[in-house]
Design a binder for this molecule. Structure first.
Ligand SMILES: [Zn+2]
Length: 456
């Protein structure tokens, strides 16, 4: 039974849906720069959610929008004297490449805002016609006084009075749906009944999600900073017209903080995924992001990444003991240990707890292996667990090769070489490397740790 924390009710709820196909919408990147690790905390969380739904035998259909019209994009395009598209396509590609490198499951849809402007204009007209929106100097605003349900995600009384004070607006929290053209926008505009301009971001997600996924969306997700006002405003626009819940579940992931100043310096002050992948493997980055619960804040630091690297090494060394060819397992093959891992994931995607259960299994199994009893059972249980674990974390590079089963002596040498490396004893590490070479094995040191190849 899958439970998830619904921001709408502010509690954990049993996930229910009337169809086996779950529709998910996640707010996507604004493509004016390379994506950084903070953006990918959110995208890895979407991936975790989709993998968890698959574990529970649901099919999914998901969309992540590409915001390719925005103030930052326009100012960058003017400053660099480039076409807006030259900029947006470059960074959209960067986002897609980083997603692939981080082994994020492909979403069905990546709709671009600029491909849906006509739909947004028609939608804004509908809101104007129904008196939920008004026009001032070519800008169109949503009138929250005409919509009684405003304030689903936030207590409006607690909001600071000073936020965004625009003289054109009737009420403080009214928000813009259509932005009138300004001279700074250059030749970037669309024609509309209210004059030249462009749609605003809150309208983008509201319109695209309905256009792509239809008006029954199961889960809408995003980073916690989008809860208010972005998601509140998306709801207001859609629900004022449909009178129905826009999405049944709203899930939000917490922030990633960067506390380690040294670290941001060593990465050249850039925490772009592209740069991080030069120093840390995708497995290490995934492990770092998934080792905390999605609703807890996490801090990025060199030591945390090193810790993740050690975890990856430990799992790889364990996986190397088995011929971990991927295979389908059925529910009948699952033991209590597997089930407790699944229960942790199904308890609002509790990855740190699940990880703890998996590491406990590794220790227990390593001990059991030394007794050399019930080897067949241990083997099967371990292979199932590795596959199950990987279906969620995706950090073990499972190879379909029988070369993976190393003789005991070789395993022990690898282990002592890893210990030597952990102790920065490079002389010993090199000695063991040479010994392995003489025994017919080549060791390569990769970002994930040691890789062993048989000499040809
Ligand atoms: Zn959005």
């Amino acid at each position: 039974m899958l439970k998830i924390f619904n921001t709408l009710s502010n509690k954990k709820e049993v996930f229910k849906t009337d169809s086996n196909l779950v529709k998910i919408y996640g707010c996507g990147p604004t493509v004016y720069d390379h994506p950084h690790i903070g953006n990918f905390r959110t995208f890895i969380f979407y991936d975790l959610l989709i993998r968890t739904l698959h574990l529970n035998n649901y099919d999914t259909q998901s969309a992540i929008n590409i915001t390719d019209i925005d103030d930052k994009i326009i100012s960058r395009s003017i400053a660099e004297k480039k076409n807006m598209q030259d900029i947006t396509l470059k960074y959209e590609k960067s986002f897609i490449d980083a997603s692939r490198k981080l082994k994020i499951l492909k979403n069905e849809f990546y709709p671009r805002a600029t491909d849906h402007v006509e739909d947004m204009i028609a939608f804004i007209q509908k809101l104007v016609d129904k008196n939920y929106a008004y026009v001032v100097n070519g800008n169109v605003y949503f009138d929250i006084k005409n919509y009684t349900n405003y304030g689903k995600f936030v207590n409006l009384k607690t909001l600071d009075d000073d936020i965004e004070n625009d003289l054109d607006k009737k009420n403080k929290n009214d928000f813009v749906l259509w932005k009138a053209w300004k001279s700074e926008d250059g030749n970037i505009f669309w024609e509309s009944a209210w004059g030249k301009g462009r749609p605003a971001w809150h309208t983008e997600c509201a319109v695209i999600s309905q256009k792509i996924l239809g008006n029954k969306i199961d889960i809408h997700c995003g980073g916690i900073d989008l809860k208010f006002p972005h998601h509140e405003n998306e709801c207001a626009q859609i629900e004022s017209i449909t009178n129905k819940n826009f999405a049944n579940y709203w899930l939000h992931s917490e922030h990633l903080n960067i506390e380690d100043e040294k670290m941001s310096k060593s990465l050249g002050n850039s925490l772009s995924i592209e740069d991080m992948l030069k120093k840390y493997s995708s497995n290490i980055i995934r492990m770092f992001l998934l080792s905390s619960h999605y609703r807890s804040k996490i801090s990025l630091s060199k030591s945390k990444l090193e810790e993740s690297k050690k975890m990856i090494n430990r799992i790889s060394r364990f996986a190397e003991k088995f011929s971990t060819n991927e295979f389908d397992f059925t529910k009948n093959d699952l033991s209590d240990k597997h089930q407790s891992f699944i229960d942790a994931i199904n308890d609002d995607l509790n990855t740190p707890k699940a990880l703890g259960i998996f590491f406990e299994f590794i220790s227990d199994t390593n001990k059991a292996l030394t007794k050399r009893k019930d080897l067949k059972k241990i083997n099967q249980e371990s292979i199932i667990f590795l596959n199950l674990f990987n279906s969620i974390f995706q950090v073990v590079d499972i190879q379909n090769s029988d070369d993976k089963v190393f003789p005991q002596e070789i395993n022990e040498l690898l282990l002592s070489r890893q210990q030597a490396r952990d102790n920065k004893d490079w002389i010993l590490s090199d000695k063991i490397r040479d010994k392995l070479f003489n025994l017919g094995w080549i060791v390569e040191d990769s970002l994930d740790g040691q890789k062993l190849l048989k000499k040809k």
